[in-house]
Design a protein around this ligand. Structure first.
Ligand code: ASP
Ligand code: CP
Length: 330
């Protein structure tokens, strides 16, 4: 563990408590504001020019990769990457552990995404057993966790409800392939940090949220219910978080026609209260019609950009740069 912020590895959202979430959101806003001016951008770049990050992404990614890459560069950091293991020494039989340890020889942080669950946790465990450990940040580990997506989702929710008391007291529905969607798992785990939140899980039969998430919410007193029909809850929502069918994980799943009833288009938008927001981690599938893209309630483009700001904030906390950044935050 790191003596400054207390944040070192970022593996699973269960590690986050409210004070750190609030601090990250404040920091992200500070970074976003600074980055608007040349002088502020220069100030940010001077924070970590001596740090290097390894981006190890062996599962496809567009925005998590690009936003982490940009976040590092905003702080003046240098980055290296492996996105295709077939051109790394893994093809010569190098083990996962040896590869990770090798990255730590050249980098001050390892940011990693893998198609398999549990790999980031394994990398963090390895780091904790070697003389020069570096922080491991999970950028998506199979169907189990995507903690930095959940952080950007929290930041987006807090920003959207800034004038309505933040996330506390809100009713949020998560819809789609909840069984295999790691973003919903990670975000659900964070809800215990907010007061009087009500969660609705809206999923087709067979793709419901897993019991471990429900047990976690129950043990922390978070009110949640499940349904297979969006119409049951649409009128009472403050936010709807839509997700795509995670077909890359195989297994049986509902046919296209059945999943179509978990899609959002112009017709559905009339069913939500006027202040309700629509989120999606992206990339989208047919469940999110481009026809709604310019509706002011749509937040997914803002989520993308918030991902960059919150990742800068996260790196700043991990590298103990936050105090410097916070100087001047009232
Ligand atoms: N991009 C998100 C993830 O990697 C969501 C998705 O792919 O559907 O989990
Ligand atoms: N939201 C998200 O993780 O996007 P990518 O899969 O494109 O990184």
């Amino acid at each position: 563990m790191n003596a400054g912020s207390g944040l070192f590895h970022v593996i699973d959202t269960r590690q986050f408590e409210r004070p750190m979430l609030d601090r990250l959101c404040r920091l992200a806003t500070r970074v976003r504001t600074l980055a608007k001016s040349r002088q502020g951008a220069r100030q940010l770049r001077r924070l970590a020019p001596d740090r290097r990050a390894m981006l190890y992404f062996t599962q496809p990614s567009t925005r998590t990769f690009l936003s982490f890459n940009s976040a590092c560069h905003i702080l003046g950091m240098q980055t290296s990457e492996i996105r295709n293991p077939s051109i790394s020494s893994e093809v010569k039989g190098e083990t996962f552990e040896d590869s990770i340890r090798t990255f730590s020889s050249y980098a001050d942080a390892i940011i990693m995404r893998t198609p398999e669950g549990g790999k980031a946790a394994r990398a963090a465990e390895l780091m904790d057993s070697i003389p020069r450990p570096v922080p491991v940040i999970n950028a998506g580990s199979g169907p189990d966790q995507h903690p930095t997506q959940a952080l950007l989702d929290i930041y987006t929710l807090e920003r959207s409800f800034e004038k309505r008391g933040g996330i506390d007291g809100k009713t949020i529905a998560m819809m789609g392939d909840l069984r295999r969607g790691r973003t919903v798992r990670s975000l659900s785990y964070l809800m215990k940090n907010y007061r009087d939140v009500r969660l609705w899980f809206v999923a087709p039969p067979g793709l419901e949220i897993k019991q471990d998430v429900l047990d976690h919410l129950d043990s922390h007193g978070v009110a949640c219910e499940s349904t297979s029909r969006l119409d049951d809850v649409a009128g009472e929502l403050d936010a709807l978080y839509v997700t795509r069918l995670q077909s890359e994980y195989g297994e049986e799943e509902p046919g296209a026609v059945e999943y179509a009833s978990y899609a959002i288009g112009l017709e559905q938008m009339d069913k939500f209260p006027p202040g309700a927001i629509i989120m999606h981690p992206l990339p989208r599938g047919p469940e999110l019609s481009p026809a709604i893209d310019n509706d002011p309630r749509v937040m997914y483009w803002r989520q993308e950009r918030n991902g960059m700001w919150i990742r800068v904030a996260l790196l700043a906390l991990i590298f103990n740069l936050a105090n410097e950044l916070e100087a001047g935050i009232s």
